[in-house]
Design a protein around this ligand. Sequence first.
Ligand SMILES: [Zn+2]
Length: 358
Amino acid sequence: MSKRMIGQFMEMVRIDSESGEEAEMMRYLLQAIPEAGGTAELDAYGNLIGRFPARGCEGKEAILLSCHADTVKPGKGIEPVIVDGVIRSQGETILGADDKAGIAEVLEAVRVATVMPPVEFAVSRQEEVGLHGVKNLDFSKLKAKKGFLMDNDTLETIVVGGPSYFAIDVEVTGKAAHAGMEPEKGINAIQAAARAISALRLGRLDHRTTANVGIIEGGLIRNGVPDRCSFKAECRSADHDTAVALCAEMERTIREQVEATGARVAIVSENLCQAVSIPDDAPTVCTAIAALRTVGIEARPIFITGFTDASIYNNRGIEMAVIGIGAKNEHSTDECIAVADMEKAVAALVEILRLCAA
Ligand SMILES: [Zn+2]
């Protein structure tokens, strides 16, 4: 089992699929899913929906397994290597275990399970850049009311909830002028943006709330007063109302501070995700804990301040727990995964399928 799964995992990570460029990966899955005994189609947005028939049981409700097909950057030309049972990239790129290890594990689990309910398998696009795929997923194609998202790194925790999330894009427009000859005619957009950013409350604001400015860009030449500067901020909170209020506060501060310099500002805020959580003793959580115990792992439920496709599934009425794939150092060029942990994830998944068919 391990050799076949690892071979398939290595094949998949070699397919470039940075967010927005998942088509080739989806083409691969349109073939791989029938080879694993299922059927597969794409929805209008390009998300993949696979189906596997029940095995060894009858009349059971379908369950949903889900992963995402995209990776973060740098994710082009990934060349995986195995050293001492651990798979990593050559070092210049991420590995893409997030989330292709999840896909490989699901495909292996449905191949080897002897008892399982009907399984729906949704693989989303553009998860890493704002959950766009799952938000545009054709939910009319899904029957399952419960499911498991294979997109947590460690096997030791089960994610039961995520925060509300706001992305805030800011465009500051000043006035260009020669920096040496007539600076008084200019309005420095970089300075205006800096003034706004330094007035923001950033970092961990309370135990459930954070804010950040992650990107700033502006200016073209050293000797010109820059007329443009843009920056990207975010805020998130486990409490939706807190996140709404914080986003409004950030917008207000940015506007006041920028306008005080004479520059103009355009702010676009988007609520990419709404806080959601399922109970620690929800059926999917209990099933996952019981299954992981059979491979020697005592998993505990946690709420995270990151977000996953599960937030959208839960918002849409499909109870979804997020379980681990066994990866480490995701979103970095140190990303790696141990073959032994992938095997444990498969064994736990096979047990989840068995429990769901019981
Ligand atoms: Zn992921």
